[in-house]
Design a protein around this ligand. Structure first.
Ligand code: DX5
Ligand code: ZN
Length: 216
């Protein structure tokens, strides 16, 4: 998979015009659709579920990256796969049998990622890094769009890169939260492969142009 990818988060889209926003992303330089699913239990907010996934499945023409911020994600991964997910990332903090769930997702022909909250150390990935397709490092506490980027993320990117190299893993590194035009190039330089951007894209005067600029 090529790197330096931008994954706009639909969390910041206009849900009254969801098809329009999806078409805008189809016609932009965005690489992935980032889908933030929140259950009001793992995180203190509720976003959306399968009806929105259905609309994404109908209209999105790019790779669909699903970020599950829910308890017991193993109960729902099959339904997200049936709704067109190309990658499902589950939180280390939410999944008791991470190895089993990661392998179950992959057995269905879908990529599997693991997510770490800002306070979870990278070393917790030591025994799963060889199995995952992606590591998603949260650079804000999950639950809301538009929050401030946590600077400690740079240190975690370096640690994740080391862990990937020392395990001959092919996992990509994705960063989620507070990504903007100021920090995007620094994050790619530090070793990120995929940047999620919600607020920076959808609150911009020109979302398409912002997506282009995030890649520079
Ligand atoms: C946070 C979500 C993010 C977030 C990104 O819980 O996982 O994907 O919405 O949004 P911005 O780019 O606005 O921080
Ligand atoms: Zn996300």
């Amino acid at each position: 998979m090529k790197t330096k990818l931008i994954a706009p988060s639909l969390l910041s889209a206009d849900f009254g015009n969801l098809q329009r926003d999806i078409e805008m992303l189809n016609n932009s330089q965005a690489d992935w659709f980032h889908i933030d699913v929140m259950d009001g239990r793992f995180v203190p907010n509720i976003s959306f579920g399968f009806p929105v996934m259905k609309t994404v499945q109908q209209h999105a023409k790019k790779f669909v990256d699903v970020h599950l911020m829910i308890v017991e994600p193993d109960k729902y991964v099959d339904e997200f796969i049936n709704h067109g997910a190309d990658l499902i990332s589950i939180h280390y903090e939410a999944c008791t049998h991470l190895h089993r769930t990661i392998h179950h997702i992959q057995s269905r022909g879908v990529k599997a990622g693991v997510v770490l909250n800002p306070s979870t150390p990278v070393l917790m990935l030591e025994d799963i890094i060889a199995d995952v397709d992606l590591v998603l490092l949260m650079s804000v506490n999950p639950g809301f769009g538009g929050q401030k980027f946590i600077e400690n993320t740079y240190k975690k990117i370096a640690e994740t890169k080391d862990l990937i190299l020392s395990n001959n893993s092919t996992a990509l590194i994705e960063i989620d939260g507070g990504v903007n035009l100021e920090n995007a190039s620094k994050l790619f330089e530090a070793g990120a492969d995929v940047l999620v951007a919600g607020n920076a894209v959808f609150s911009a005067e020109s979302p398409e142009r912002t997506i282009e600029l995030l890649k520079i």
